[in-house]
Write a protein that binds this ligand. Structure first.
Ligand SMILES: Nc1ncnc2c1ncn2[C@@H]1O[C@H](COP(=O)(O)OP(=O)(O)OP(=O)(O)O)[C@@H](O)[C@H]1O
Ligand SMILES: [Mg+2]
Length: 310
């Protein structure tokens, strides 16, 4: 059955039978996601789930379709086919149907980008306050009078600063609060992006290669931050990552894409020994070493060099 027919008939993907690898309550269900650009099939009938309080890594070689999955989830692209259901405390949101800007605002899906997209000329603190703009505007009743006089606006403003302070502290950026974001070291900018996403108070956090270009110390700080968000905030995190030491170290569940198709879906232990994954990363010879820090580390090191040069 084609993905179109399956979605039209409301057929649930067979891939999703049974509990989510790595456990947890389901937060996101992606079914039959397909994205075509003209003749190019960037994602081909991909289904997977992601759970709350778990880190779900999406991995795969360059061009596999990872960022395109995020672009479909966050409203940048309208999928050609697919059902993207976010199970939210307020009810179910079908992400493929809602306007892009509502994905973060109403559905609570926050993301970071493969290439850092902070407001570089604003201070670190300003970046975190701007992220809460929608909340503040709601508190103002969308009027100038509200901005100037309403008690509820002043209270919302105080709360926004409080939340920003909390995430500054958690991302070890309190001392840099008044610096321009664009002047921060690279690792700090990456953590600031995560802090900014968390200031929108999301229910699902999507991170596109947050460890790209980081040195080992920065990478370790990022890992600690992601584990803190997962464990203390019980947040579902979708993580696109090339660095296998990060992926294998902190993920609970891994989905592997190759040429737009899902080739594996399981716990880190299941995925690292899956012959299809080994083939995708290392070519046809399955006798070579399994997916681990060596092969991916080399790729990651090469990419890091590229990113720093960019
Ligand atoms: N807007 C677009 N128009 C045409 N083709 C696109 C578009 N966006 C993505 N693609 C193509 O879709 C495929 C998947 O791209 P995508 O960026 O999702 O890969 P990726 O897995 O994130 O790769 P990388 O690891 O290099 O970031 C690629 O062939 C890419 O060229
Ligand atoms: Mg990408």
């Amino acid at each position: 059955m084609s993905a179109e027919t399956a979605v039209a008939q409301g057929a649930t993907s067979l891939d999703l039978a049974g509990p989510i690898p790595g456990g947890g309550e389901v937060r996101l269900t992606v079914e039959h996601l397909t994205m075509r650009f003209g003749g190019l099939v960037a994602i081909d009938d991909v289904s997977f789930q992601a759970a709350d309080g778990r880190i779900t890594a999406i991995i795969g070689p360059n061009g596999a379709g990872k960022t395109t999955v995020f672009n479909c989830l966050t409203g940048f692209y309208k999928p050609t086919v697919g059902r993207l259901a976010l199970h939210h405390p307020k009810g179910e949101f079908l992400l493929e149907r809602i306007e892009g800007f509502r994905t973060a605002q109403d559905a609570g899906v926050a993301r970071t980008f493969q290439n850092i997209r902070l407001f570089p000329r604003m201070t670190v603190l300003e970046n975190l306050i701007v992220a809460q703009h929608n909340k503040l505007m709601r508190a103002s009743g969308y009027t100038v009078f509200g901005l100037l006089g309403l008690k509820r606006y002043r209270e919302a403003e105080e709360k926004a600063v409080e939340l920003a302070r909390y995430w500054l502290d958690r991302t070890l950026l309190t001392k840099a609060a008044d610096q321009e974001a664009g002047n921060l070291p690279y690792g700090d900018q990456r953590r600031l992006e995560v802090a900014r996403a968390m200031c929108t108070e999301p229910v699902l956090l999507c991170l596109d290669e947050p460890a790209a270009g980081l040195n080992p110390r920065e990478s370790q700080l990022l890992n600690q931050l992601l584990m803190f968000i997962r464990d203390e905030h019980k947040m579902g995190i979708l993580l696109i990552e090339h660095d296998m030491s990060v992926v294998m170290g902190i993920s609970d569940h891994i989905v592997v894409l190759d040429y737009g198709r899902k080739i594996s879906d399981g716990t880190p232990e299941q995925v690292r020994s899956d012959p299809a994954v080994i083939r995708a990363y290392l070519g046809e010879d399955e006798d070579e070493e399994p997916v681990g820090e060596t092969a991916a580390g080399q790729e990651s090191a090469a990419r890091e060099g590229d990113e720093r040069d960019a």
